[in-house]
Design a protein around this ligand. Structure first.
Ligand code: AMP
Length: 398
């Protein structure tokens, strides 16, 4: 049995999943939250049971000790299911990492060097890698970058129209994000259609609390809506997405907003939350049904931006074979999918309303049988994709 341990390390959290690669099934998963806080919440799922406790977890090293204790107490035993590799999610790979990379000290150094481009993410990702390498010191560790899938984008789609020297000096360009999910979903879509990946053009709608659209042509990302950071693009749970940059000058001059205040406003207090007071599409949808006009307007702005990107990416691809919805909103909100695809029959996009409203597990089609563009729901699985890429990078894949 080949087993891979997948690690997603945030600033105050550690998520893990142990995956059996023969069946691509999860043997155990866990989440340790509030690392460095007064009491950390520790959860471990294995064999259909959830085990929870609280403890003081001072740093990522301590979090790994807690994870090992979870496996020892609740199983499966890591002696019987020893991981062949550890796969780590890393958000920013810059123009340095184009695919999954086996970690050594030099790679750690390069990830550290990229911290200024993703200050909230790469530091915690690296802390997780360092702690994991201390605990599992005799197996390969692989860094899987969220940006890597988008390194196929052309200069035309990834350069910003600012002074070239300034852009180069400060490495300002579109890197995109959610790449691991966009790759997984576009490949699963081609497989579902029963067509070679090279021939399939897909618009992937990864719509969760964070959200991005990606135009995938023959397995290659050609456009994506997140930018140098995850702030650009769609209206998200609490991020504004696209905005006239002069709004920031205005808020600074007229209202005295400094950089931390602007950062907080656009990243944490905007999007659906800013527009409606809640970042959860379920609440917004319920309020719309009750006749709440603020919720209706918020949803209208949200959907308008989705349609803007969908239209743009259909042009970029010269038409599409499929539109694939994924992540929390994409997989679950019939309302968002219906509003986004409404009136697009002239483009060959025909939603089957009954299929769209029917809840089910797994990959499924929600377009009519006559629809030229197939519309799918494809549950994403970033952990599995990280595990697959980790095995590939170590040469352990079959
Ligand atoms: P994610 O970031 O992918 O975990 O997505 C989380 C978001 O998905 C939540 O904030 C909700 O807005 C949305 N969501 C989750 N479940 C549902 C549902 N049943 N209907 C509509 N939206 C949902």
């Amino acid at each position: 049995m080949t087993v891979v341990l997948v690690i997603n390390s945030g600033s105050s959290s550690l998520k893990y999943q142990l995956i059996d690669m023969a069946t691509e099934s999860t043997l155990a998963s866990g989440l340790i939250e509030r690392i460095g806080g007064e009491r950390a919440a520790i959860a471990h799922r294995a064999a259909g049971e959830k085990h929870e406790r609280e403890a003081v977890i001072v740093d990522h090293d301590a979090a790994f000790v807690a994870m090992l204790r979870n496996f020892a107490e609740h199983g499966p035993s890591l002696d019987d299911h020893a991981p062949a590799a550890v796969g780590h999610r890393v958000v920013q790979g810059g123009r340095r990492f184009f695919g999954p990379t086996v970690v050594d000290d030099a790679v750690e150094g390069d990830i550290e060097e990229l911290i200024p481009l993703a200050p909230l993410h790469n530091g915690p990702n690296l802390a997780g890698i360092r702690a994991a390498r201390r605990v599992f010191d005799d197996i390969p560790h692989v860094a899987v970058f969220d940006t890597a899938f988008h390194t196929t984008m052309s200069d035309a789609s990834s350069l910003y129209a600012i002074d070239r020297e300034v852009a180069e000096k400060y490495r300002i360009r579109k890197y995109g994000a959610h790449g691991t999910s966009h790759k997984y979903v576009s490949e699963a879509t081609a497989e579902h259609l029963g067509r070679p990946l090279e021939e399939v053009r897909t618009v992937v709608m990864h719509i969760g609390n964070g959200a991005s659209v990606c135009a995938v042509d023959g397995g290659r990302s050609v456009e994506t809506s997140m930018g140098m950071t995850p702030l650009e693009g769609l209206v998200m749970g609490s991020r504004s997405g696209d905005i006239d940059p002069a709004v920031l000058f205005h808020l600074h001059r007229k209202a005295g907003y400094d950089v931390p205040a602007l950062d907080r406003l656009l990243n944490r207090e905007s999007g659906l939350l800013g527009l409606t007071g809640t970042n959860d599409v379920r609440d917004v949808t319920r309020r719309i049904a009750e006749g709440d006009e603020i919720a209706e307007t918020g949803m209208a702005v949200y959907v308008h931006r989705l349609r803007h990107y969908l239209g743009s990416y259909l042009v970029a691809l010269g038409g599409a074979d499929a539109i694939a919805w994924t992540a929390g909103v994409g997989e679950n909100s019939a309302e968002v999918r219906r509003r986004t695809l409404e009136g697009l029959e002239w483009l060959g996009i025909e939603l089957d309303h009954e299929r769209n409203e029917t809840r089910a597990d797994g990959i499924r089609e929600i377009s009519t049988d006559a629809s030229r563009v197939r519309v799918l729901i494809v549950p994403t699985n970033e952990e599995l994709e990280i595990a697959r890429q980790s095995l590939e990078a170590t040469g352990l894949a079959g």
